[in-house]
Design a protein around this ligand. Structure first.
Ligand SMILES: Cc1cc2nc3c(=O)[nH]c(=O)nc-3n(C[C@H](O)[C@H](O)[C@H](O)COP(=O)(O)O)c2cc1C
Ligand SMILES: C=C(O[C@@H]1CC(C(=O)O)=C[C@@H](OP(=O)(O)O)[C@H]1O)C(=O)O
Length: 407
């Protein structure tokens, strides 16, 4: 059973994460972590921050000489911009006169950083958060609501990915399926297409789609607008039986939906083929059984590998739709909590499109949910022990299906 938590503000000194319940014996190094964080920083349509921000990582517990020990793993990701924010986000009270001096009163940018943000931005947590937590300064909300936090999700997810691969060869691949109204021409990728997708700035294996996606992001940028889109995340080699039908909160599809919906700007989650399964007649909508290489399999995977809240042995397929970035260059109407009047929202630098990094975040969320399920079903302790339990279960299934003919 895997638990994890993060803390940290977008412009604070660092993000902090702890993941607990990771089995011992997983090969994992800082380089694995850094490679995964680098994947989240990439992507066509990202804004100025990603060019400046370097994800500096420290692992402070739970891994020794490149192998997990079974203890909680703690990670810190430092913000390279912290120096500029040290006075604004200081934990102790700061004298307003000294603060003004510290941030350099003559520079417009420094002044903006220091200003109280009383005009919440539409489409952000600002207004509801200010009202709920009793703040007049939106910074107290936006710093934590920001998707900066997803760097830690990806960091912790990379440990879950290493575990899943080493315990059962489970691999996770994501690709972008739509940018705004433009849908991909690529078919659902297999695990072998990972490198091709990885090499694309818009995470697609199809060259024509790549051009169309990039042109759509460029057009939005030129028009002073932002765009959303959709991604598909697929886990291969998932064992049968993860999740359960017996309670609402133990269903694998419910857990995945919550995990994906928790990503900033996610507005839609679909398991399997989604719309076309819903629109099809019952004769077409379900995956028939077949036998292939002495294994019971399915002739299709419309259900996206989950039936009755449990993995059915087919690849788990989740699609996530993201709304356009909320902070648009031409600020939308807001309400100033200080003056009690309507006023333009505060404008901040922003990404034009975050769908590409969001795909990497969705991979991490899928990995974290699956790792929790695998340890819940097959145990924790050492990697070898979990593997033994999983292999024994799969051997038993084979025997029941074919030797004993139970089913
Ligand atoms: C990777 C990533 C980067 C994002 N970057 C920005 C950004 O630069 N500007 C912005 O306004 N929103 C950005 N967002 C979305 C906001 O964080 C999000 O819309 C906001 O916190 C409100 O949450 P909600 O859209 O889920 O309701 C980003 C989201 C993700 C996943
Ligand atoms: C910092 C990251 O994303 C940020 C997410 C974000 C938001 O509002 O969610 C707003 C932007 O931050 P800033 O206001 O500092 O430019 C993004 O850059 C990151 O992904 O590492």
């Amino acid at each position: 059973m895997i638990r994890w938590l993060s803390a940290g503000e977008s412009h604070g000194p660092k993000l902090t994460g702890i993941i607990d319940g990771v089995p011992a014996g997983i090969a994992y190094t800082q380089a694995d972590l850094e490679a995964e964080l680098h994947r989240r920083k990439k992507g066509y349509g990202r804004g100025a921050r990603q060019k400046i921000e370097t994800d500096r990582v420290t692992i402070t517990s739970g891994i020794r000489h490149g192998v997990t020990t079974g203890a909680p793993i703690a990670i810190e990701i430092s913000n390279s911009e912290w120096d500029k924010w040290a006075a604004v986000l200081a934990t102790d009270p700061v004298d307003p006169v000294l603060l003004r001096k510290a941030v350099g009163g003559s520079d417009d940018k420094e002044l903006a950083r220091n200003r109280k943000l009383t005009r919440p931005r539409p489409g952000h947590a600002d207004m509801a958060g200010m009202l709920k937590y009793g703040h007049v300064d939106a910074r107290n909300i936006l710093e934590r609501a920001s998707a900066r936090e997803t760097a830690m999700r990806v960091a912790l997810g990379s440990i879950a990915k290493a575990f899943l691969y080493q315990v059962a060869g489970i691999q996770i691949v994501s690709h972008v399926t739509a940018i705004a109204e433009i849908s991909t021409l690529a078919s659902q990728p297999g695990a072998a297409e990972f490198e091709t997708i990885e090499a694309s700035e818009v995470r697609t294996a199809d060259k024509k789609t790549e051009q169309l996606f990039k042109a759509r992001i460029d057009a939005a940028k030129q028009a002073g607008d932002t765009v959303g889109g959709s991604v598909e995340v697929i886990a291969f080699n998932v064992p049968v039986g993860l999740g359960s039908h017996i309670q609402w909160d133990r269903r694998l599809d419910a857990k995945l939906a919550a995990a994906m919906m928790s990503i900033q700007s996610a507005k839609q989650v679909t398991i399997g083929v989604g719309d076309s399964q819903i629109e099809a007649g019952g004769q077409q909508a379900h995956d028939e059984f077949a036998i292939e290489n002495s294994h019971v399999t399915r002739s299709s995977n419309l259900a996206g590998g989950i039936e009755g809240g449990m993995s059915n042995g087919q690849p788990v397929v989740v699609q996530v739709g993201f709304k356009p970035i909320s902070t648009v260059p031409r600020a939308r109407q807001s309400f100033d909590l200080e003056s009690g009047r309507l006023a333009p929202a505060l404008h901040q630098r922003s990404d034009t499109c975050a769908v590409v990094p969001a795909a990497v975040v969705a991979e991490a969320m899928l990995a974290l949910v699956l790792a929790d399920e695998v340890t819940g079903m097959f145990g924790t302790g050492s990697l070898e022990m979990v593997k033994r339990n999983l292999v024994a279960f799969q051997a038993e299934i084979q025997q029941r299906l074919f030797t004993e003919g139970v089913l």
